[in-house]
Ligand binder design. Structure first.
Ligand code: PGA
Length: 224
């Protein structure tokens, strides 16, 4: 049986609304006939663009929208928070525990667990990012991203390449068997095939290389 590959764009804190409009119109001009049953695309933009992208992509069932985080709070008097409750119905996935959140925003395991639970409560599939074996893997999470901080690019998508062997070792060391194993860290249109063609890798989470619609389309095409 053909295994679905997941290609998850993490735009981080990039793009203006005008740039988002241009990105999606350019991306959707491409042909997707060959990917529909084998690749699922998840676009994780900054929160202000989630509703717009949801509307633009809702007729394409091979594209979902994801958030880059959810609040640790469910609802209430928490000015500025983007909650799983407010995202519910707009996003299907949420990246949780990205290494940039763990390091720049001091996110703890306790906080990350709360976020996972809230995402699930509101029918949002958590995509849990872990840096190494010291980060906790939760049984309830179906999507685990192995993403060593040293492999993450400076934003261009071109950074330190981890060998396929190291990526697979990380999967083993994390004890992943049934969960989907996604790899992230400087994956781009020139190195994607070395990872995605492996049967133990269920997907890729590109950051910098997902910011350009044509580079991202090339990544998607090479994942078929
Ligand atoms: P990168 O980012 O592809 O630019 O290295 C990946 C990530 O941090 O999610």
């Amino acid at each position: 049986m053909l295994r679905m590959k997941y290609i998850i764009a993490n735009w981080k804190a990039n793009k203006t609304f005008a740039e988002v409009q241009k990105w999606i119109s350019t991306f959707l001009q491409h042909n997707f006939d060959n990917i529909k049953n084998s690749v699922h695309i998840v676009v994780c933009p900054p929160s202000p663009f989630i509703h717009y992208l949801y509307e633009e992509t809702k007729s394409f069932d091979f594209i979902s929208i994801g958030s880059q985080d959810v609040s640790q709070y469910e609802d209430g008097t928490y000015t500025g928070e983007v909650t799983a409750k407010s995202l519910s119905g707009l996003v299907s996935y949420a990246i949780i525990g990205h290494s940039e959140r763990r390091s720049f925003f001091n996110e703890t395991e306790e906080l990350i667990k709360k976020k996972i639970d809230l995402a699930k409560k509101y029918s949002i599939e958590p995509i849990l990012c872990v840096r190494n074996t010291s980060d906790t893997i939760y049984e309830s999470v179906n999507f685990i991203v192995g993403e060593p901080p040293e492999a993450i690019s400076d934003g261009s998508g071109k950074g330190k390449n981890l060998s396929l062997e190291k990526v697979l070792n990380m999967r083993n060391n994390l004890g992943i068997t049934t969960q989907k194993y996604i790899y992230g860290g400087s994956v781009n249109e020139t190195n994607i095939t070395s990872y995605i063609s492996n049967e133990h890798i269920d997907g890729i989470l590109p950051g910098g290389a997902s910011l350009d619609p044509d580079r991202f389309y090339s990544i998607v095409q090479q994942s078929v």
